[in-house]
Structures are given as C-alpha cells and as structure tokens.
Design a protein around this ligand. Structure first.
Ligand code: AMP
Length: 218
C-alpha cells in the first residue's frame, strides 16, 4: 500500500537529503515546496518573482500560495499509486489546517510525520556548507559529504552551487522562523499520534538507517 509521509525539521536538518534516499528506495512522489518555489523563480514566473523576496530574507512565502502548489501535486494519479513525501510543508499551523482539509477532500491519510532532530550548532554548519547540483536533485556538503571532484556532482557531473539563502545571516533568520512558526506543529502531530522522531545528527547513511527503522521500512 502506498504510504504518505511528511518530513518536518529545522532548515538543514536533512529533509531534502533523506527525501532523496527515500525516493531512490521507495519511489514516493516528492513534494518539496522549496524546490517548487525555486523552479518558479528559475522559470521567471510572477509567483516566482513574488516568492523570491520572501525566500532571500529567510521568511515564509504566504500560506495560500504554497497550499495551492501542494494541492495541485496531490491531485496527480502518481500520488494515489506511489504515495507522497511532503518535504518542507506544512510550515505553519495554518498550512497544517489547509493540508488536513486537502487530504480529507481527497480521502488521503497521513501514515507518519517524521521529525528530523539535529542540534542547532550542526544545523548552522550544515546550512552554510550545503551545495546543490544544477543538473539533478543531489545535495552535498563541503564539510561532511564532499563531492569526489570539487564543484562537480558525482551523479551527473553538473555544476554545484550554493543557495542564495544559505548564508549565515539568512540561515539564522530561517532558524528563528522555524522556532516561531513551524515548531508548534510538533505538538499538533504528536497529539494526532502520527509523529515519529528520528535522530538525524549523524552521517547520511546512518540517519537513513534510523529513519527506516522508525518507519518500519525494510
Ligand atoms: P526549503 O528549500 O524547504 O529550505 O525552503 C526554502 C525557502 O522557501 C524557505 O525559507 C521559504 O522562504 C520558502 N518555503 C518553502 N516551503 C515553504 C512553506 N511550506 N511555506 C512558506 N514558505 C516556504
């Protein structure tokens, strides 16, 4: 049966990295609001232009904008067949309410909300050392998960770059936004009995083992 998951956790907790491994192993439909917004910016759309000013300041894009993007993804046949992995959504209590409504309307249910737990010190190190590939979804880190050839992706050879919101100043803003607006979701999902906490402090492979165990995945 297709499983539906949400990944929450501070920026830099490893949501994107764990999502990449989950997709390779279990093929859920990956819905990353950050990736969807970056694609809009790249395409030069009006939505992208509006979103960019929020993103560059480390602030959240308005709830209704992201909720609309997620709802469109939930309507695909692939979601029913393969399940979904929501990465970086919901990030506010309002978004969680909108998501509850969207799931109920589509008779979809959540199997687990995964909270990736990492200390603040490590998060700041990870964020400022993060590098993404221009050609594929691979994520590297120049401190802990370096590419074999500097500046080049191991998988596709694409150029690696740093996200414009991964500077120390913006990363600190994003952490405050997480504490104020996203962390209240932890209690909400705990109450619903779907929260699963995963130690994500270690190297990528070890964190993935923790994640699979927590979700009872083979
Ligand atoms: P991420 O790639 O998940 O770290 O997201 C990068 C940025 O995109 C965030 O700092 C926000 O500005 C914006 N963003 C991503 N997801 C959301 C969301 N669910 N709600 C509001 N803004 C979001």
């Amino acid at each position: 049966m297709a499983k539906n998951y949400i990944f929450i956790g501070a920026p830099g907790a490893g949501k994107g990295t764990m999502a990449e491994l989950m997709i390779a192993a279990y093929k859920p439909v990956h819905v990353s609001t950050g990736d969807l917004l970056r694609a809009e910016i790249k395409a030069g759309s009006t939505l992208g232009t509006e979103a960019k000013s929020f993103m560059d300041a480390g602030k959240l894009v308005p709830d209704e904008v992201v909720a609309g993007m997620v709802a469109a993804k939930l309507d695909t046949a692939a979601v029913r067949e393969q399940g979904f992995l929501l990465d970086g959504y919901p990030r506010t209590v309002r978004q969680a309410e909108l998501l509850d409504e969207a799931l109920t309307q589509r008779s979809l249910k959540l199997d687990a909300v995964v909270l990736l737990e990492v200390s603040r010190d490590l998060i700041l190190k990870r964020l400022t050392a993060r590098r993404l590939c221009r050609g594929c979804p691979a994520i590297y880190n120049v401190l802990f998960n370096r590419p074999k050839v500097e500046g080049r992706c191991d998988t596709c050879g694409g150029e690696l770059y740093q996200r414009s919101d991964d500077t120390t100043e913006t990363a600190l803003n994003r952490l405050s936004v997480y504490a104020a607006q996203t962390s209240p979701l932890i209690a909400r999902y705990e109450k619903q009995g779907v929260l699963v906490k995963v130690d994500a402090e270690g190297p990528k492979a070890e964190n993935f083992v923790n994640l699979r165990h927590a979700l009872n995945l083979k």
